[in-house]
Design a protein around this ligand. Structure first.
Ligand SMILES: [Zn+2]
Ligand SMILES: [Zn+2]
Length: 167
């Protein structure tokens, strides 16, 4: 056998061996990288799922906050409207009481109107406490009322009388 041919054969064998080794190596590399990629993808997917869940939670939270805010705003609006209604009612009552007090009372202090007690028109000493009917004049004390047949103010015929109680 020629040395040259032998060397050539050896070279070819080595070459083939290297090629096989290389192919094996490449396939291992590919498998590893595909495993790595899939694991990375899996991890990424998990992260995406987690992020989605988190986002949904956040959206729910925001929605709850908005709903709560809307409820709160509505409650505040209702309360505001109630306050406005109360204020206007109070203002009306105050106005009416002012008008009423300025109408009936020329006293310096309208908040504490003096007790108006008229003296009896007959005896002029005791307080009037009897309301004469039907004219409705409050002008007689109890004692004089028994004796009076006519109203001492308008002289109309009395058909009855009612005692008025002052507090
Ligand atoms: Zn009297
Ligand atoms: Zn009278």
């Amino acid at each position: 056998m020629d040395v040259h041919v032998l060397v050539e054969k050896q070279r070819q064998e080595i070459d083939m061996l290297l090629r096989v080794q290389n192919e094996k190596f490449i396939s291992v590399l590919q498998r590893l990288s595909s495993q790595h990629i899939s694991s990375v993808l899996k991890k990424k997917n998990e992260e995406i799922t987690k992020a989605n869940t988190k986002m949904i939670e956040l959206q729910n939270h925001v929605w709850k906050l908005e709903t709560g805010n809307q409820l709160w705003q509505r409650t505040a609006r209702d309360a505001e409207a109630a306050v406005v209604a109360l204020k206007s009612a109070l203002e009306r009552v105050r106005k009416e009481s002012n008008e009423a007090s300025s109408e009936c009372c020329s006293s310096s202090n309208p908040r504490t109107p003096e007790k108006i007690v008229l003296s009896c028109r007959t005896c002029r000493s005791r307080d009037s406490c009897m309301l004469i009917l039907p004219c409705r004049h409050l002008c007689s004390c109890k004692t004089c009322d028994w004796m009076n047949q006519l109203c001492p103010v308008c002289n109309s015929v009395k058909n009855g009388s009612v005692e008025v109680l002052f507090q």
